[in-house]
Design a protein. Sequence first.
Length: 161
Amino acid sequence: MTESASNKRTDTASRVMQASPETVYRAFIDPEALVLWLPPDGMKGRIDAFDARPGGTYRMTLTFLAPDHNTPGKTTAHEDVVEGRFLQFVPNERIVQAVTFESDDARFAGEMVMTWRLEACPEGTRVTIVCENVPEGIGKEDHDAGLSSTLANLARFVHNR
C-alpha cells in the first residue's frame, strides 16, 4: 500500500495462475466468465451491461450472500453496484478500467483505477492487480481479502479451461 499526495490509497495483489496469458485474458473479456470469478467470497455477481472495448462500459451488481453479513453494501444494505469504463486493452498483457461504486456515502465516492497485468512465467501467468485511488470507505484489510479472494477464484476458473 502507498499513499499519494491526495491521501488516496493504492492497493495491490498478485498471484500465479496455471494457465496461459491468453486463457486468463479471455476470462476478462467474456461477461459470462467474468461474473463467475470476479465476485469475492461471500458475494455473487450479475452483469447488467458489458461492452469490452476501449471506452466501453460495464455495470455489475454484487450481492452479499449471507443475509446477516457485517459489512454494509455501498449501494444498498446488501448490494454493491459497480459502474466501470474500460480505459485500455493490451491483449494477453493488460486491462485498465476505471471503477465507480454507486453510493450516497461520500467515503465511497470517486473513481478507482484498476490495472490488471498479465505476465507469462514458467508456471503460467502472474496476474497483478493495482488499484489506485481506493475510496477511504473500503477498508484496507477488507480490500486485501477481496482482492485475494478474486485472484483465487480466477486461478480456479482458468485452471479448468
